[in-house]
Design a protein around this ligand. Structure first.
Ligand SMILES: NC(=O)c1ccc[n+]([C@@H]2O[C@H](COP(=O)([O-])OP(=O)(O)OC[C@H]3O[C@@H](n4cnc5c(N)ncnc54)[C@H](OP(=O)(O)O)[C@@H]3O)[C@@H](O)[C@H]2O)c1
Length: 348
């Protein structure tokens, strides 16, 4: 890394992802010359402490980005669509956590362990993939590289923090209400803007984001399309089912893959994943060692376990992939992209 310091802005600094973003910038000691914390009008004027100093949150406007070199956005797609181009116009590089630009072919969609080199083609905006996609990519890339990949079928078990702070509050309040025998009205989950809302406490909801015409939800289509884009494999067969569970943080995934070359043993896959970047292998069934959401919270790695050969196909494998959706799924991946931009000398 160079010794330069950078003018940084965090958009959505008061949100679930924004808060983790600040914690990660602090922990990684990212070289910051100045820091702007931006939100909507609602939180403008509140203060947030960063590295022992108090910062006043400001309302995000186009002018907020004067002099900013890198802007980390996580304030929702419509904010990104409006303000990211304004930030770029003023000379900033934007790392965007929303789905606003992910499928734009001119915008790199990056998981640094997988396709860091795609950053070289940026035009000012870099997209951070969907949280569920990121953790799956980290685990599958080493396998793709060594054995080739033909097919991926994933079912997710996703935490409520993936839907923001309001969803966490809703789950906690509902749990309390149910335990105390009180009535409650679901208002946020599965999707704030959809027609119906359902109980999340003590439940499993097979809907994350809105349904598309093809019967898949937008979250499922994000996993499908983003996987093909990140791996540069439009021909890859991918299917996804995304489910929300009453877990505060930590997404889990049951993933079935078919490789091009069959015959790899489970021991070979374990050895490969244990030595690949960003992965902690937790796979020892005899001693009941496997990844769990509760244990991944606060950690940057992707945890992989329960690796098994399919009983019918010698190129088929099953595994369980877990990660902190607010860290590797959002904040850590964004800060990692910022670190890669510095390393590749792309940050002017
Ligand atoms: N949670 C996850 O696991 C995850 C993962 C990847 C990506 N994302 C994406 O990141 C974004 C934020 O998610 P979150 O979970 O952090 O949501 P959140 O907890 O609801 O926070 C939203 C943040 O955006 C700010 N904001 C809202 N409207 C704004 C506006 N008009 N102008 C400027 N700032 C505004 C809010 O500021 P106020 O305090 O003023 O309301 C708050 O800081 C979403 O697009 C989400 O899809 C989330």
């Amino acid at each position: 890394m160079t010794t330069a310091n950078y003018h940084v802005a965090v958009v959505g600094a008061t949100g679930a992802v924004g808060q983790q973003m600040l914690k990660t910038l602090e922990e990684r000691d990212f070289p910051i010359a100045s820091l702007k914390l931006l939100s909507s009008k609602r939180s403008a004027g509140t203060t947030i402490s960063f590295k022992g100093e108090e910062y006043t949150v400001e309302e995000a406007t186009p002018e907020s980005f004067e002099g900013v070199q890198i802007a980390l956005f996580s304030a929702g797609g419509s904010v990104s669509k409006t303000l990211a181009p304004e930030a770029v116009k003023r000379g900033a590089i934007v790392v965007d956590n929303t789905s606003a630009f992910r499928m734009d072919p001119t915008i790199p969609l990056v998981v640094p362990e997988v396709n860091e080199e795609d950053l070289r083609n940026h035009n000012g905006i870099i997209a951070n993939p969907n949280c569920s996609t990121i953790q799956m990519m980290v685990a599958l890339e080493p396998i793709r590289e060594k054995y080739g990949l033909k097919k991926v079928i994933v079912s997710t078990y996703q935490a409520v923090s993936g839907a923001g702070l309001e969803a966490i509050e809703e789950m906690k309040q509902q749990t309390k209400d149910i335990l105390e025998g009180k009535d409650f009205t679901p208002e946020i989950l599965p999707v704030g803007g959809d027609k119906k809302h359902y109980q999340i406490a003590f439940n499993a909801i097979p809907q994350i984001d809105l349904f598309q015409e093809n019967g898949y939800t937008f979250e499922e289509m994000k996993m499908i399309n983003e996987t093909k884009k990140i791996l540069h494999m439009p021909e890859l067969e991918v299917a996804a089912t995304c489910v929300r569970l009453p877990i505060e943080t930590g997404h889990s995934e049951s993933v079935y893959i078919e490789t091009e070359k069959g015959g790899a043993t489970v021991a070979e896959l374990k050895e490969l994943l244990a030595t690949s970047p960003g992965i902690t292998l937790q796979d020892d069934p005899e001693n009941q060692v496997y990844p769990m959401a509760s244990e991944c919270v606060g950690k940057n790695d992707v945890f992989v376990g329960r690796i098994r050969r399919d009983l019918d196909r010698d190129n088929g494998y099953h595994m369980w992939i877990v990660s902190d959706n607010l860290l590797k799924g959002a904040a850590w991946n964004s800060v990692q992209i910022a670190e890669s931009l510095v390393k590749l000398e792309l940050l002017k």
